[in-house]
Structure formats: C-alpha cells, structure tokens
Design a protein around this ligand. Structure first.
Ligand code: PA5
Length: 352
C-alpha cells in the first residue's frame, strides 16, 4: 500500500501518533528548552572544569552530539559523548557530567550517572522523570525537567537546548541567544515548507521520500556538524521510517567506503550528501568527486544544503530536514512513524 503524499487527510490517518507534528514542533522546543536551561537553579561551579562528558543513549545522546560538534572549535575544554554504562577513565572531580535520559530509566545512563557521583564529578541531569529524576533528587543534583509523553527522538529540542542553556548559564559556553534565535527562525520556516498540506511538487521532504522509493539511504556529511546530522538522518530513517540506513563522514569515507561502491551493489542505494556553506574547501571538492564514484556504481545521489549562518542553525536545519523526510518515508509505506516496539521489547527482555 502506498499512501498519497498529496492527500493531507491520508497523511494524518497514517500518522496516528502525530510524529509529523512532533517533528514540526522542534523550533518551539529549542526556544523553550534554551530558556529553561539558562534559568536552571543550583548549577555546579565549573571554574576549574577540564572536560564535559554527556552520558546518554539513542535519542537522548543526540543532544550531546549537538553540543560536541557545535562547540568543538569554540570551547577550551573537550566535550565527549559517552554512549555506555562506563565512564571514561579520565572523568573525575574536574569533569562535568551531564546525564541525559528522556525516560530516566535507561540502564546505561543510570550506571554512568552513579559512577559519576562515586567519582565526585560535577553533575547535571536532564530528564522527564523516572529513576534518574529520583536519584538526582536523592543526591541533590541539579535537575532540568523536560515535558513527558514524547518519543525521546522527538524531544531533541528539549534535550539539546536545555543542556546548551545550562552550560551557558554555568559559564562554560559563550552567550548563545542570537544563534538560538536564528535556529528557531530557520526551523519554523523549514517546518512550514515541509508541512502536510504543501503538495509534493513544492515540498522537498515529500519529494525526497518518494525519490528514495525502496532503496536504502546512505547519508554523508562533513566531519563535525555534517556528520552529526548524517547520523541523525540514519537513526530517524530507522526509528521513524522503519527502514535500514547508513551514514559516513567526509573525508573519512574517501579512505575506505569509496572502494566499496561497485556494480551492481550501488543500485540498491541512494546517497544523500548533507552540505553547508562553511565546509573546508577540500571537503567541498571531495563531495562531487565521491558522489560521482557512487553514481558510477549505480547509486542515485541527492544533495541537501543549508544556507543558515551559525553552526547551530546549520546543524538543526540539516537535522529537521531529515526528520521530515523520515516521517514521510514511513507514512508513504503505511508504517506508523511513532512506535518503536523492537526497542521496548529489548529493554523489557534485558530488565527481565
Ligand atoms: O529513540 C528511542 O526511543 C531510543 O533511542 C531511546 O532514546 C534510548 O533507548 C534511550 O532511552 P531514553 O532516551 O529514555 O534514555
């Protein structure tokens, strides 16, 4: 069954959990999340902090990727994203640990948080509740609460921008209000352009979802914000679209993946290059050369480019475009974008 993406009623019917609405709400989440982070109470003293570790899994780790990629070139201390139950060995009393779990019940994040407390790290918690909220309250750890009843991946604005605001309020990041304002404006415009009532001919997200057809997307982005956006497109294709997808960073992929693009394998794939206007000149040269290699192997190729100014707006603009495409991919195939039963089954089995 293929749902007609020119029929807004059919789109609504195929999206009972309203994931399209959640994706379109990203701008408001970023604005409100930033305000709540900046206004957070009792943040730890970070004057002598030598590193930041964001602990989280899946949708709750992406906020850490946003911080890491946007601030790598602007922050005197490293930001690391820890997607495991183990804290890196270097984390100690001079480390700020930001524990991020939307549900507050993710075993890896809870274990890393407990370890951070044992080691005397400075800690901040971002969650909608669960055991993490209870433990933060029990240990007097500052907690930034985000609204519940969303899928974690649909709460990216809350999870990333509360952290952003809190790190600014703590004194680690420069004032970000102007970049946040640009991001909100860009995201609002993008949601309007990709809305359900905009016909396929004028709607870039619907068009790309149709062009993908039954091929597997491979997303490329420049190391840094481009690669973080590419990884998010991949996981959104998986969780919203219910299809396999892969991603790679440029120029790493030019040192291995390009060799694998050979006939007849390319025909099963669409390579989507995520581009922005501040790429390193050599990287900008590599994209068309590398896309040509994939095309020679039979792959279709697409380019998605942002003209946003700040790194934060560039990244969120690329992210929201993939979020919209992934939802239309699901709807077109008659798959419900919202539930992720497989993840819930795995968690239940492990809690067993
Ligand atoms: O998208 C999802 O549902 C997952 O990737 C979750 O984010 C992941 O399992 C971690 O759960 P939580 O975000 O509640 O910590």
């Amino acid at each position: 069954m293929t749902v007609d993406l020119d029929d807004p009623g059919a789109i609504r019917g195929a999206d009972p959990g309203e994931m399209l609405g959640a994706v379109a709400a990203l701008a408001g989440q970023c604005r409100d999340g930033y305000a709540s982070g900046v206004g957070a109470d009792g943040l730890p003293d970070v004057a002598d902090v030598r590193g930041v570790v964001v602990c989280g899994m899946g949708g709750s780790a992406v906020g850490g990727d946003v911080l890491r990629s946007v601030f790598r070139d602007r922050l005197g201390v490293p930001i690391e994203v820890n997607r495991s139950a183990q804290l890196p060995e270097h984390a100690g009393t001079h480390t700020l640990v930001l524990a991020s779990s939307y549900s507050g019940n993710t075993s890896e994040t809870l274990a890393a948080f407990e370890e951070a407390l044992r080691r005397g790290c400075r800690t901040i918690v971002v969650t909608s509740g669960g055991a993490l909220a209870d433990r933060a309250a029990g240990h007097g750890v500052p907690l930034i609460a985000v609204p519940g009843d969303l899928q974690p991946r649909a709460a990216l604005g809350w999870l990333a921008f509360t952290g952003l605001g809190a790190l600014e309020a703590a004194g680690l990041l420069p004032p970000m209000a102007a970049d946040v304002a640009e991001t909100v404006e860009v995201l609002d415009a993008r949601a309007a352009a990709c809305a359900a009532d905009i016909p396929v001919a004028e709607n870039p997200a619907k068009r790309l979802a149709i062009d993908l057809d039954d091929r597997v997307p491979v997303i490329w982005g420049e190391e840094g914000i481009g690669a973080v956006a590419a990884a998010r497109w991949k996981t959104q294709f998986n969780e919203n679209g219910k299809i396999p997808a892969w991603w790679s960073s440029m120029s790493e992929l030019d040192h291995n993946e390009v060799v694998g693009w050979s006939e007849p394998y390319g025909r099963s794939y669409v390579v989507i290059a995520l581009r922005h206007d501040a790429e390193d000149p050599e990287i900008a040269e590599r994209f068309p050369l590398s896309l040509a290699i994939a095309a020679e192997a039979g792959a279709s190729t697409e380019e998605v480019r942002t003209h946003a100014r700040s790194p934060l707006a560039k990244l969120l603009d690329l992210i929201t475009r993939g979020d919209h495409v992934s939802v239309y991919v699901a709807i077109r195939r008659g798959a419900d974008p919202t539930p992720v039963d497989v993840i819930q089954r795995l968690k239940a089995a492990l809690a067993g």
